[in-house]
Design a protein around this ligand. Structure first.
Ligand code: NAD
Length: 447
């Protein structure tokens, strides 16, 4: 199969802009025509409410397709580069060329969006693609395997369903780029496999994305935005605010507002809310439930194993070394960690792995400047959470333990392309004679 995709790539079929635009339009059609099939799959896998599926997966992707369609021609134009005087006359430019055959490995939490969003970049770049959706979201994996070959050029795009054995077999093949989204443990496996073939790798990983709230923030809006970002997809979002840092005074005012925001968004019993999802599988559910013991339950706390339901939960009195603070939570549990002051909050963040996102709720300019300067993260959002994903001009990706490389918009095309350097040096006049030996020639004093 990989050889077939390579043959398609080498035939040049995927190079023309018209082919790429055609594939993107077909992808847009799939998303519009099959919306209900896609929503049904996401509901089966994650109990995702249809509106949430539409907003965070389907509409997100149609916007990305439309954005790429309207900009691709310009993005692919060669870029002129200045030439140093010593080389003149000459002209230099960079051109984006497809890398070849790409492997995309996707996770289960936004199983549609995180499969198709990189696919948009790969098709726009003119690559052929193997997509490996997550076996932990089997309904979405199946619907992708069924629909993508029907809408896209099946000589250029293949979907491989499966888990560890299938992915391991795929990783033995030589690809020209691998785009992996998921946890860091598997990220290391992917990097090791890629090293054998010197294949470049993009790693979209996770980690604990902190939120710091100070007394200058509008706490009511802060609470509403944190609750939305945290409990979206029942907390199974790579950029969900993982924990909140605040001084005891701010925390005391924020916690009741968080509880109120949960009631506003999901009602008094979120288990009956049509807008609240479920934990993806038994394993994740069993991992999450003990974490509820890491603090005092200030809101939520209810669970129901038969539905893999965990209520939107806020924990207070959480020790920085408690289990809930040791790993990425990836579920609907929001610990509030109190700190003496802003300095301690900054030190807490700096002492940990660089997060995928950092959320700062402060209107104080000096505070904002300090956080921007003294912390490193994939992204910083001032005054909100999670929504930076939908700005196609912003790179989406991590730094350090939260990932390598970024995508969205133009960067999605770049990540699946090689930026080739082209220098055009006329042979007459032969100005390069100046650079050649013998260097002791008196006429070459200039150099
Ligand atoms: P997952 O279990 O679905 O794994 C991801 C992919 O790796 C799957 O396709 C799976 O089949 C494959 N895989 C699993 N074990 C493997 C192995 N031993 N060898 C080869 N392939 C293997 O998803 P996950 O990793 O649990 O996803 C959650 C993690 O992903 C979290 O850490 C989250 O923060 C992160 N994440 C990051 C982003 C991002 O954009 N940066 C987005 C979503 C999730």
């Amino acid at each position: 199969m990989v050889a077939g995709l390579r043959a398609t790539y080498e035939s040049g079929a995927t190079r023309p802009l018209s082919w790429r635009l055609g594939q993107l339009r077909a992808l847009g059609r799939l998303l519009r025509e099959r919306r209900s099939d896609l929503e049904a799959a996401l509901a089966a896998d994650l109990g995702k409410p249809p509106t949430e599926s539409f907003v965070t997966e389907i509409a997100f992707l149609t916007a990305e397709v439309d954005h790429t369609l309207s900009h691709l021609r310009g993005w692919l134009r060669p870029r002129r580069v200045a030439v140093p005087a010593v080389l003149l006359p000459a002209s230099a430019r960079t051109v984006l060329e497809p890398l070849g055959v790409a492997l995309i490995i996707a996770p289960w939490n936004y199983p549609l969006m995180l499969s198709v969003s990189p696919l948009i970049g790969a098709l726009a770049a003119g690559d052929t693609v193997v997509l490996k959706p997550s076996e932990i979201a089997p309904a979405t994996s199946a619907v992708l395997a069924d629909l993508l070959p029907r809408y896209l050029d099946s000589r250029a795009v293949a979907v491989v369903e499966g888990g560890v054995p299938e992915t391991t077999a795929l990783l033995e093949q030589r690809f020209d780029t691998i785009f992996y989204t998921g946890n860091a443990r598997v990220g290391r496996i992917v990097l090791e496999a890629a090293a054998k073939h010197l294949t470049p790798v993009t790693l979209e990983l996770g980690g604990k994305s902190p939120a710091y709230v100070d007394e200058t923030a509008d706490l009511r809006t802060t609470a509403q935005r944190l609750v939305w970002g945290k409990y979206l997809n029942a907390g199974q979002t790579c950029v969900a605010p993982d924990y909140v840092l605040a001084t005891p005074r701010v925390a005391d005012r924020l916690v009741p507002l968080l509880a109120e925001a949960i009631r506003d968004q999901f009602g008094t019993d979120p288990s009956t809310s049509r807008d609240y999802g479920r934990i993806v599988d038994e394993r994740q559910y069993e991992r999450l439930v003990p974490l509820l013991g890491s603090g005092t339950v200030a809101a939520g706390g209810q669970t129901d194993g038969s539905q893999r339901y965990i209520a939107p939960t806020v924990l207070t009195g959480v020790d920085i070394d408690s289990p809930v603070m040791r790993e990425e939570i990836f579920g609907p549990i929001l610990p509030i960690v109190t700190v003496r002051d802003e300095d301690e909050a900054l030190a807490t963040v700096a002492a940990r792995d660089k997060p995928l996102a950092l959320y700062l709720f402060s209107t104080d300019r000096a505070t904002r400047r300090r956080w921007l300067r003294r912390t490193s993260s994939g992204a910083v959002v001032l005054g909100a959470a999670v929504v930076h994903l939908s700005v196609p001009g912003l790179p989406f990706g991590g730094v350090g333990a939260s990932g390598t490389g970024s995508y969205h918009g133009l960067r999605s095309v770049r990540v699946f392309s090689h930026e080739k350097a082209v220098l055009d040096k006329p042979q007459r006049p032969d100005t390069l004679a100046l650079l050649r030996a013998p260097y002791t020639d008196g006429r070459k004093r200039l150099i």
